[in-house]
Design a binder for this molecule. Structure first.
Ligand SMILES: [Zn+2]
Ligand SMILES: [Zn+2]
Length: 307
């Protein structure tokens, strides 16, 4: 890729970081996302969110759910910065801005999981703003460092003690937390809400693609709570078809009807075609809809046969 770098060296990084910290009223525990003009290195806007606590699984990988949550928040912030890219406006040379992430925290200016989660959050965000999301920086009282490229320095740094007074800082921090929590809540609510007339099975399948299964009937229960609060027997009914967790509903309980599947293993004997295996298309067909309050699947689905 011949895409030119926004920064040429340490001085312009330090200057832009200083501007971001000032505009974003940096305090430890927050992360600043700045929209920077690539041509002039002007900081156009800065937003703040409380740095999420990184959630790691048994293999020390970020869990899909925590990264999806961060991704949703970053997407909301990116959309907030700039009008959405149109389909004809996605060429590289139209990219005029850069989104720079600055994790403000205590401790040493070395890469931690707190910083690294933003790399993954951005990598999968595919946000529509006319900007690229390259750099993640961390700034602490002992200086700054970049996640990639090995850049670091002692200035700018966060103040070791608070010159504006503890109380003032606490107020600032509280309002920033509220602001960002609102963004997180709005973003995750929009993602989690069943679509109008969407059936239980299409909804749970859509959520599994986005968030994965955590071993419970998490999304099925959310559907019931928001769409059909009187369907108290739902868990028992799903349990009867071996749906003890969200993904089990599909592994053991329900399958797409064959007319919506793609024939996979086909063979012909004496001029008769046999289909031995089907696979599900990606994406699935749109939900065929159910009446509101129903916890049945739509006509895309049928019970798996157990021999
Ligand atoms: Zn499962
Ligand atoms: Zn459906």
């Amino acid at each position: 890729m011949t895409f030119s770098e926004t920064f040429t060296g340490r001085e312009d990084r330090e200057r832009v970081l200083t501007d971001i910290l000032r505009q974003g009223r940096a305090v430890p525990g927050n992360t600043l996302i700045a929209h920077v003009d690539r041509a002039t290195l002007t900081v156009l806007a800065v937003r703040r969110l409380p740095t999420p606590v990184p959630v790691l699984d048994a293999c020390s990988c970020f869990t899909a759910e925590s990264i999806q949550r961060l991704r949703a928040a970053l997407l909301t912030l990116a959309q907030d910065f700039a009008p959405a890219r149109t389909a004809t406006n996605t060429r590289r040379r139209d990219v005029t801005g850069e989104l720079i992430t600055v994790v403000c925290r205590l401790g040493e200016a070395e890469v931690t999981d707190e910083d690294e989660q933003f790399f993954w959050g951005w990598r999968i965000s595919d946000h529509p703003a006319p900007a690229i999301d390259c750099d993640v920086y961390m700034v602490t009282p002992s200086g700054w460092a970049s996640l990639a490229g090995d850049w670091s320095g002692t200035q700018p740094a966060l103040p070791a003690s608070d010159p504006t007074g503890e109380e003032n800082r606490a107020v600032q921090q509280a309002s920033a937390v509220q602001e960002a929590e609102q963004i997180l809540t709005d973003a995750s609510l929009a993602l989690l809400t069943p679509r109008s007339h969407e059936c239980l099975l299409c909804y749970v399948h859509r959520m599994l693609l986005e968030f994965g299964c955590d071993g419970r009937l998490r999304f099925a229960a959310h559907f019931r709570d928001t769409r059909a609060p009187r369907a108290t027997a739902m868990e028992r009914r799903l349990g009867e078809v071996h749906g003890l967790c969200d993904c089990g509903i599909f592994r053991n309980g329900y399958d797409l009807r064959p007319e919506h599947c793609i024939p996979e293993v086909v063979h012909e004997t004496d001029g008769v075609t046999y289909v031995e295996e089907y696979r599900w298309p990606t994406p699935l067909p749109a939900c065929l809809g159910v009446r509101s309050g129903s916890t049945q699947g739509c006509r895309l689905w049928w019970r798996r046969l157990h021999w």
